[in-house]
Design a protein around this ligand. Structure first.
Ligand SMILES: [Zn+2]
Ligand SMILES: [Zn+2]
Length: 324
């Protein structure tokens, strides 16, 4: 199965956690958290359409400036999603600079804040020197963004401050059956993208599709495509090791192909983990195991373990693979 998106951490696990998700065959990427972004080149930054911010502690939001600078001349908007104070935090960042020469620039920033029940939307545009405009308030029920083929969901968690967890799910995956293509004497080409869009949009059976000058009906072509479950990737960081958080997260990340999860402390430092509102490696491993996650990637390690390479991964993986 060819994946529809590729995902990778931007930084090493002792550094700021940031997940970069590149959408295959589109000049578009998603970013989960915006800590230090210096490792992303301008081509990577320019592709970012949507940024999902768990919370605005400095190690998760300092890179917003890097992103803003890279996108000032871009004519497609940047969308930012985050916890209840995200609009104030973006407004505060924008207030930190002088913008008297910016009106000609095209960039617009749409910001969405999520509480347990509400989504608030505000926007900032270079044309008005980033004056805040409040757009709407509507009900929130886990779905942050739904743009076929992707659904991004958020969950409200606690980290001494509200903190969001995110999941990215592909609605379903479409695989092209090359043998069926050959049997029908059809070439590989951009029309396969059109066919996939027709499947996702549930086109009418007699919808025409032209391939190499020949006209086919949608219903004649559907046998070429086989649908399977889509990928699910989850991103959880900076949450208190409390039962309520753990139960909510376990349910939320259930069945993920990959779970990116913080493992800030070793379990021997559980008292410190409780004080600092962070998970331990053992708890991260336990969540992944209970949630039937296929692949666990631990990240966001406390600097105190820098001189003990591998200890955090070992503790997390031992718990994750237990009983297998
Ligand atoms: Zn953090
Ligand atoms: Zn934090």
């Amino acid at each position: 199965m060819k994946p529809s998106f590729h995902h990778r951490l931007v930084n090493a696990p002792h550094e700021d956690p940031c997940l970069y998700v590149r959408i295959v065959r589109e000049k578009r990427s998603f970013l989960f958290d915006a800590g230090q972004l210096d490792r992303l080149g301008s081509a990577d930054l320019m592709k970012i359409s949507d940024v999902f911010v768990t919370h605005t502690h400095i190690d998760h939001f300092i890179g917003f400036d890097t992103l803003l600078r890279a996108l000032l001349r871009r004519d497609t908007p940047l969308r930012v999603y985050g916890p209840e104070n995200i609009i104030e935090c973006v407004a505060g960042k924008l207030r930190g600079y002088t913008w008297n020469l910016i009106e000609e620039y095209p960039i617009e920033i749409d910001v969405f804040s999520f509480t347990e029940k509400e989504i608030r939307h505000s926007s900032f545009s270079a044309a008005t020197r980033f004056k805040r405009i409040d757009r709407s308030i509507r009900p929130f029920d886990t779905i942050v963004l739904k743009e076929p083929p992707f659904t991004i969901k958020a969950i409200n968690l606690s980290h001494g401050t509200p903190c969001l967890g995110f999941s990215l799910e592909e609605d379903f995956h479409i695989n092209i059956d090359k043998a069926a293509l050959n049997r029908m004497g059809l070439p590989v080409g951009p029309w396969l993208g059109d066919l996939k869009r027709m499947i996702r949009g549930t086109a009418a059976p007699d919808t025409p599709l032209t391939i190499d000058g020949r006209i086919f009906k949608f219903s004649d072509l559907v046998a070429i495509a086989k649908t399977t479950d889509g990928q699910k990737v989850s991103y959880i960081t900076d949450i208190s090791p409390e039962e309520e958080n753990i139960v909510k997260v376990t349910d939320f990340v259930n069945g993920s192909d990959t779970l990116y999860c913080e493992a800030y402390f070793l379990n021997e430092d559980i008292e410190r983990a409780l004080e600092r509102h962070h998970l331990t490696a053992k708890i991260a491993g336990g969540i992944a195991r209970k949630a039937n996650v296929k692949n666990l990637v631990v990240m966001h390690f406390s600097p105190k373990y820098r001189s003990f390479p591998g200890v955090i991964e070992k503790e997390a993986m031992e718990k994750f693979k237990q009983d297998l």
